[in-house]
Design a protein around this ligand. Sequence first.
Ligand SMILES: Nc1nc2c(ncn2[C@@H]2O[C@H](COP(=O)(O)OP(=O)(O)O)[C@@H](O)[C@H]2O)c(=O)[nH]1
Ligand SMILES: [Mg+2]
Length: 303
Amino acid sequence: MLSGFIAILGKPNVGKSSLMNALVGEKISIVTPKAQTTRDKILGIVTDDDSQMVFVDTPGVHKPQSKLGDYMNACVSTATDGVDAVVIVLDASKRLTDSEISFIEKNLMRSSSVYVVINKTDLVSYEKIYPMLSQLAYLTREEGKRAAIKEIIPTSCRTGYNIDVLKTYLKGELVEGDCYFDPDEITDKSERYMICEIIREKALLFLQDEIPHGIGVYIQTMVYEDGLANIDVDIICEKESHKSIIIGEKGSKLKTIGERARADIEKLLGCKVYIKLFVKVRADWRNKGNVLRDIGYDPKKNL
Ligand SMILES: Nc1nc2c(ncn2[C@@H]2O[C@H](COP(=O)(O)OP(=O)(O)O)[C@@H](O)[C@H]2O)c(=O)[nH]1
Ligand SMILES: [Mg+2]
């Protein structure tokens, strides 16, 4: 059996979570147009007859401004420990920045193979990608202690372009060994965690920009009864004014979030679901260790 870990890294919003979902063929990590959607290290597992690939999705590399931000960055740095390969994702529709280039260089000093993916190619013509390739050209040659990029692969998670090609390369990085996970598993996260993530995704999609970063989702109770899952969920925010925006006029926004989330959660659990959402204010929760732990961002457990 061949097996191995592959970390997916890059700036916020380049499509890391979309790429992991495309590689696994299941929606594991939530995806929104907003930066810093992914807060945690989250595994996506693909097992076939002769191999197991474990992908590690990570929060984007960013400057932390709270304890939650510190946690997110710690997730990024521990995600690369001991992995067999690293995939660094770039956005074809954005200019390649110096910090992205030095991030690639830094990763080339480590022992694992580095692949660079230029994602979102569906948004641009090839002329836009050539300058990026020439900026990266010197990194395709080894120099001193710095290894060379193994491959640069243009992809699109939207159309599925080159996802198989990337997967074939990555399969070549696996090593002989045991499976790390049961062949039926597709992620390391619990059902409860996935439910909270689905609710957070819908909240991020339907709320204004300034609020989403201040949201945490927590399951109070979850009871199965007569083939129905009854779930009571707290949405934690930082201010009273945010609370009324999340609830919306006559509860309309909260209702939309709940309805959209319910459809996805029913798919996940394979049964009918009844959700009650409660919005609570906890000022500055992103800096409170106990609230972070309640929500599941526990440095002791996840890092
Ligand atoms: N057009 C296009 N959009 C994409 C592609 N991949 C991801 N996106 C979008 O980019 C946004 C950020 O994606 P996400 O996977 O959450 O990025 P992450 O922050 O790097 O994990 C979402 O709106 C995605 O739908 C792609 O290949 N093409
Ligand atoms: Mg993400």
